[in-house]
Design a protein around this ligand. Structure first.
Ligand code: CUA
Length: 189
């Protein structure tokens, strides 16, 4: 095909190549900014993108396996860390109140029995989704005792705004006393 010479002596092909390069640079810039954000939040805020997929049958959660009701709450592990197991359902969390020791590595393991719920603990970096069929895990350490709220922050139905739980972070000694009598701990009214 015959080329039509563009003004200033550059062919339309050269113009197209120049425009293409500019757009490529722009896209490269955007990708660089996004990757930098992931690295920054990962290193600085300990925000981790989901790294693994662990599945669970949402229909048999209450019947057998890790998430039966007697296994929910805070359990002490052999290495001194604790594991907190939670089930979310319309419109509550089980347990409704968690007790967690301060200055102790904590692993949260949570899932949903019905629809997608949100999992967030105020004043911490914990912010995740709970999806039926999948186990969400999160590791953190609470620096000091205190009370936190754990609202569902993913719209899950008409009762969504009333779906939240309490998190009580207590000092290690208090937790050890509470854990002495039982295999798992949650708030005693
Ligand atoms: Cu559960 Cu919103």
């Amino acid at each position: 095909m015959a080329m039509t010479p563009a003004p200033h002596g550059s062919s339309s092909e050269e113009v197209a190549a120049r425009v293409e390069r500019r757009w490529a640079m722009l896209v490269l810039g955007i990708v660089t900014v996004l990757v930098a954000m992931v690295v920054y939040t990962g290193l600085h805020w300990a925000m981790m993108p989901p790294s693994r997929v662990e599945t669970v049958d949402p229909l048999s959660l209450h019947v057998s396996g890790e998430f039966i009701e007697s296994n929910l709450g805070t359990a002490t592990e052999g290495d001194g860390s604790v594991t907190v197991r939670i089930v979310a359902q319309q419109y509550s969390f089980t347990p409704q109140c968690l007790v967690i020791p301060a200055n102790t590595p904590v692993t949260f393991r949570a899932t949903s029995a019905d629809v997608v719920h949100g999992f967030l603990i105020t004043h911490t970096n914990i912010n995740s989704m709970l999806e039926p069929g999948y186990v969400s895990t999160f590791r953190t350490t609470f620096d000091q005792p205190g009370d936190h709220l754990m609202p569902c922050h993913e719209f899950c139905g008409v009762g969504h705004q009333g779906m939240w739980a309490h998190v009580k972070v207590v000092d290690k000694a208090t937790f050890a006393q509470m854990a002495a009598g039982s295999r798992r701990v949650s708030c005693v009214p």
